[in-house]
Design a protein around this ligand. Structure first.
Ligand SMILES: O=C(O)CCC(=O)C(=O)O
Length: 328
């Protein structure tokens, strides 16, 4: 037994046990446990979509962590969920991030307030971008420089690459610069990095049409929308027509009112203002962080170069801190 608080309950609920009931806090707790253990939400859902014993589940988690799970990870999750004090190593990390100089300046923060997104420049260095692109290419079995290899790519769901664990992905997940940016937006450094996947958005052609994701929300579109931060890290230079991330700037400020004004029974998705969406280009290593109230999605790649990305954000570890809001 790993001794991870709430893991058994998660397994019961996700393994489709009829006896397992969901409570309002379950989702937040599950996110802390899953990402805290270094696994992805989507891959966990897939693993538990068939009957698995709890022992198999724990062994799978350990396997994904290279055969050993750091004690610090488990202690951190347990302290976050119980409200007990963190171990010294975790407290020291938080202090380092709190005291490091700001990475988002006053203009960035004003942009965040007004537009609901900000671009963190040079979030990770060029060699880390190149290593991650290399890891993606190996995983999907393509040559980034040879378009003839792109159609046969493996381990993809649309433009999503099902790569969740790799040493190269850890650079961004453990980056102080990214952590600091997220801490500035959330107002504190007690954040957990998501173990999200990667993306490969190849140029459109006769055989490939952009499959989405089109404009959507990952948060439930019901008021109050609350506060949440999402992120995407460009691993190669990405022009506005190169399958760039798109969003409707400023929508987070009017979202609740907009939702309340919709006619009864109207699906918010039918009213997304597509014409107001803009692409957000960036250089390799730049990271777009956006408020979860913005309609957002990717876009068709109309160039000759594919887009490579890593999806990543950070969210509060302590239950109840999720509604914290600060960008000042
Ligand atoms: O890949 C993109 O540009 C969009 C990503 C997205 O829609 C999401 O992370 O929810």
């Amino acid at each position: 037994m790993l001794g991870v608080r709430s893991l058994h309950g998660l397994w019961l609920r996700w393994n489709r046990r009829a006896s397992a009931r969901r409570s309002a806090g379950d989702w937040t707790r599950d996110c802390v446990v899953i990402h805290g253990l270094g696994v992805g939400i989507e891959q966990t859902a897939r693993f538990l979509s068939v009957e698995r014993s709890f022992e198999e589940f724990e062994a799978w988690i350990v396997g994904l962590n290279g055969g050993t799970l750091e004690r610090e990870r488990i202690d951190r999750i347990n302290a976050a969920l119980s409200g007990e004090a963190y171990a010294a190593q975790t407290r020291q990390r938080h202090a380092e991030i709190e005291t490091m100089p700001a990475v988002l300046d006053a203009t960035d923060l004003a942009d965040w307030q007004e537009h609901g997104y900000v671009v963190l420049r040079e979030a990770i260095p060029p060699d880390a971008c190149a290593a991650t692109v290399e890891a993606i290419c190996r995983h999907i079995d393509i040559d980034a420089g040879d378009p003839s290899t792109w159609p046969a790519r493996r381990h993809c769901q649309g433009i999503m690459v099902q790569l969740f664990q790799h040493a190269a992905l850890e650079v961004a997940r453990r980056s102080s610069r990214i952590h600091k940016a997220c801490a500035q937006l959330w107002g504190h450094a007690d954040l957990i990095a998501t173990n999200d996947r990667c993306g490969f958005n190849p140029p459109e052609n006769a055989a490939f049409r952009f499959p989405g994701p089109h404009l959507h929300w990952d948060a439930e579109p019901t008021p109050p929308i609350g506060f949440g931060v999402q992120g995407i890290l460009y691993l190669t230079d990405t022009g506005p027509d190169q399958g760039a991330f798109c969003c409707v700037p400023g929508f987070h400020r009017e979202f609740d009112e907009w939702l309340r004004a919709l006619p009864a029974g109207c699906n918010p998705y039918d009213r997304i203002p597509h014409e107001a969406a803009i692409p957000i280009p960036g250089h390799a290593g730049d990271m777009v962080l956006w408020h979860h109230g913005l309609p957002h999605g990717s876009s068709p790649n109309r160039t000759a170069r594919p887009r490579f990305v890593q999806y990543l954000t950070m969210f509060p570890a302590r239950i109840g801190a999720s509604s914290a809001r600060s960008a000042t």
